[in-house]
Structures are given as C-alpha cells and as structure tokens.
Ligand binder design. Structure first.
Ligand SMILES: CC(C)(COP(=O)(O)OP(=O)(O)OC[C@H]1O[C@@H](n2cnc3c(N)ncnc32)[C@H](O)[C@@H]1OP(=O)(O)O)[C@@H](O)C(=O)NCCC(=O)NCCS
Length: 236
C-alpha cells in the first residue's frame, strides 16, 4: 500500500485517519502537527514532528502523498502553501469515505476530504482542498470552489455556488440556486433563502446579514478565543 501522512493531529485529523483506514488504499505513516509534541500518539498513530520534517520523511519512508486535515479553510490554505514550498510537486491525496455517495459526472479536485454519509449529487464539481463533512448533502450541479467547506448535516439544494474559503456551518439548509461569495460564513442551523455576498457572516432562519468579516477571521470553536463550552443556557 502507498504510504501517506496526515498534516493536522486534531479531532478532524482523527476522522480523516478513519476514512483512510476504511478505504484500504493507503497506509498512514503518522501525523505532522505544528503544535503537538513529536513522539506522542494520536488515535494510535505517531506524531512525527511538524511540517518541516516533511522533506526528510518523504525521502526516508517513500511517502506517496499527504492530506491536510485542518478544518479551518484559511488555515488549511496557509498550510498547503507552506507544504508546496517545502516540497515542490508534493502530492495531495483526496480522501473519500466508502460510505459517502458520489453521483455520476462529479468532479473532485485534489486534497479534498469527503466524510461518511456525505452525498454529492450528479454533475457537481468539488474544487481543490474542500471538505464535505459527515452527513452533508450537496445538491445536483453544485459547485464548491477551492478551500470551501460544508459542515456536518448541511443540506444544500441544487446549483449551489460556494465561493473560495467560504463555509456553511453545522446543519444549515440552503435552498436551490444560491450563490455564496468568497470568504463568507453561514452560521450553524441557518436557512439560506437569498444569495450571500462575499466577506460576510450571515445566520438565522431565514439567514440575515450579521457583519462583514476579513478572510482568515476565526469561525470555528477551536479557533475562537471564547469557547462556547463555557456558555450556559438559562431559563427565562
Ligand atoms: C457563524 C458563527 C461563527 C457566528 O458566531 P459569532 O458571530 O461569533 O457569534 P457569537 O458566538 O459571538 O454569538 C453572538 C450572538 O449571536 C448568536 N448566534 C451565533 N451564531 C448563531 C447562529 N448560527 N444562529 C443564530 N444565532 C446565532 C449567539 O447566540 C449570540 O447571541 P446573544 O448575543 O443573544 O448571546 C457561528 O454561528 C457558527 O456557525 N460557527 C460554526 C460552527 C460549525 O459549523 N462548526 C463546525 C463543526 S464541523
């Protein structure tokens, strides 16, 4: 089996590992992570150091390719750029769980991760380095630009156009024929009825404009300073 490395030893990295192991196409040598201690184990696989170790590891272990398992779209892009500089021509594998359903005439770019239960309907195009998380559904003729993502439980109608670096968060629904510009975030549980302009945060049912955002602004639990696990719901 061809050997690969997973870049990013997070929870997401662990799920990407499961997808690879289920497929039995590649074996996983271990993880690379910029912040975790070399030698520790993550989901039974060793952390082999940070991304700077990549050129040596490729030579020493005949590595076929890597997958970048970083959930944040912007941070994933920065890591991909770093890896391309460190190892020009490096191969980025796409990881598709065997329980994902991929329709006919679907195009899938490189470095894409498609999780269990995800459904990509016919004639859709998935750009490079996109993530389709667990149980998400992309309607027919959908188009996800590079580095965009749909979270678990997202249900997108047909003809969605999702801009570069944009993310549709947990459980949101998007009616058909919607265009979402670059760098925009649709909040969890939203119902998107109208197009979304670039560089914005929208949420609610129906989704409404909340604020402008800069590319790279945090939007996930793990990259926000205040964690939602600290919050309490009170009776009113
Ligand atoms: C888009 C998002 C980042 C918005 O976060 P935010 O603007 O920073 O919001 P805050 O957490 O500061 O909350 C501000 C207010 O908006 C409300 N709010 C935040 N997100 C909301 C949403 N999706 N729908 C409705 N209300 C929301 C909060 O309850 C809070 O209300 P309050 O002021 O009455 O307390 C967040 O909704 C989201 O979806 N995060 C991504 C979750 C996700 O999909 N994770 C991926 C797991 S794979």
């Amino acid at each position: 089996m061809k050997k690969v490395l997973i870049v990013g030893a997070s929870g997401h990295g662990g799920v990407v590992l499961d997808c690879i192991l289920k497929n039995r196409e590649y074996s996983v040598l271990g993880f690379l992570d910029s912040f975790k201690e070399k030698g520790l184990k993550h989901n039974g696989h060793q952390i082999l150091g940070c991304e700077k170790e990549l050129p040596n590891l490729i030579k020493a272990h005949n590595i076929y390719g890597v997958v970048v398992a970083i959930g944040n779209n912007w941070i994933r892009k920065n890591m991909v750029n770093k890896l391309m500089k460190l190892v020009p021509g490096i191969k980025f594998i796409s990881v598709i769980h065997p329980n994902a359903v991929i329709g006919k005439r679907v195009k899938i770019g490189m470095g894409v991760v498609i999780m269990p239960g995800a459904i990509v309907s016919s004639n859709s195009t998935i750009g490079d380095f996109c993530i389709l998380n667990t149980n998400s559904s992309l309607g027919h003729e959908g188009f996800m630009e590079d580095y965009s993502s749909i979270s678990s439980g997202v249900c997108a109608g047909s003809n969605l156009k999702l801009g570069k670096f944009s993310a549709i968060s947990l459980g949101a629904n998007v009616i058909d024929n919607i265009t979402i510009g670059h760098n925009s975030i649709v909040g969890a549980g939203s119902l998107v009825m109208d197009n979304v302009i670039r560089n914005t945060v929208v949420y609610g049912t129906p989704a409404r404009f909340v604020r402008l955002r800069n590319p790279g602004d945090p939007y996930l639990y793990g990259d926000k300073p205040s964690k939602n696990s600290d919050r309490l719901i009170f009776k009113k």
